[in-house]
Design a protein around this ligand. Structure first.
Ligand code: AMP
Length: 254
């Protein structure tokens, strides 16, 4: 784990990682393979947290938003079927389920995985749970709580590097040089779907399609860990690592 963390310090969000409680990161150990399901309203910080968690745990960060945007940009058939995401519409369930299932067949998902923005509907949840069972990954819903009134401010301030994908927030996590990525000097741009006029549609979909996912998982006794999304990213990361990790490798436990 530690090697992954040190190596990862050269990748995006070095600013945040440098403020991380390194003792917590270095001693992080999960007693069994986990599937962290990052869950929260748009702008709650799932992407930033997912990248950082991946750097510390060396588990792959699978963001369905990133996968879909790549397909849309490349004009694949998957991208054409999902083009509505640029206007705030959810991609069809079968498309997203296939993307995730095929990514999770890769060997790097065996020790643990970080799913960002998936499952977003009940249908996706029903598809995912058997996949996790087959891979022996225990789901943990990592719920980032954020007031809806905060969402608009967050999304207006959000931007990312066009080249390496590092995520910034002009208020909470600004780049050192305006408009330029700290990591690679790439240009910082806003996401097409972060326009204020698309926001109500995105929130409405979240409430009608995604909120039932958390209710269902809770009712199914899936482990749920809640955090305030207003915490600084480094503190949030430390809190999540502390909550989901155990201090001693399982083979040393009594
Ligand atoms: P994100 O990067 O997670 O904010 O996702 C960006 C957009 O991609 C979302 O607003 C949706 O339109 C689409 N999207 C991402 N994940 C999913 C999913 N699991 N199911 C359907 N659409 C998704």
């Amino acid at each position: 784990m530690r090697a992954g963390f040190v190596d990862a310090a050269r990748r995006p969000n070095i600013v945040v990682l440098s403020q991380l409680n390194t003792a917590v990161a270095a001693s992080f150990f999960a007693s069994k393979p986990l599937a962290l399901l990052l869950y929260g309203v748009p702008g709650s910080g799932k992407g930033t947290l997912g990248k950082m968690l991946s750097q510390v745990t060396a588990w792959p960060h699978i963001s369905t938003g990133d996968l879909l945007r790549k397909h849309v940009a490349e004009g694949t058939s998957t991208g054409q079927a999902s083009a509505g995401i640029l206007r705030g519409a959810y991609a069809p369930d079968y498309i997203v389920n296939n993307l995730v299932a095929s990514r999770m067949r890769e060997a790097d998902c065996r020790r643990g995985v970080i799913l960002d923005g998936y499952p977003r509907t009940l249908e996706q949840t029903m598809d995912l749970l058997p996949v996790l069972r087959r891979l022996n990954l225990e789901p943990v819903l990592v719920r980032l709580n954020l007031d809806y009134t905060e969402v608009v401010h967050r999304l207006q301030a959000r931007c990312h590097c066009q080249t390496c994908g590092a995520i910034y927030n002009l208020v909470h996590l600004p780049p050192r040089l305006a408009g330029s990525c700290d990591q690679c000097g790439g240009r910082l741009v806003a996401r097409e779907d972060d326009q204020v006029d698309l926001l109500s549609k995105r929130i409405e979909q979240y409430l009608t399609l995604t909120a039932p996912v958390a209710r269902f998982l809770e009712a199914s006794s899936v482990r749920v860990e809640e955090f305030s999304a207003t915490e600084a990213p480094s503190r949030l990361l430390t809190a999540v690592l502390t909550r989901i990790g155990t201090e001693t490798p399982s083979d040393e436990l009594p």
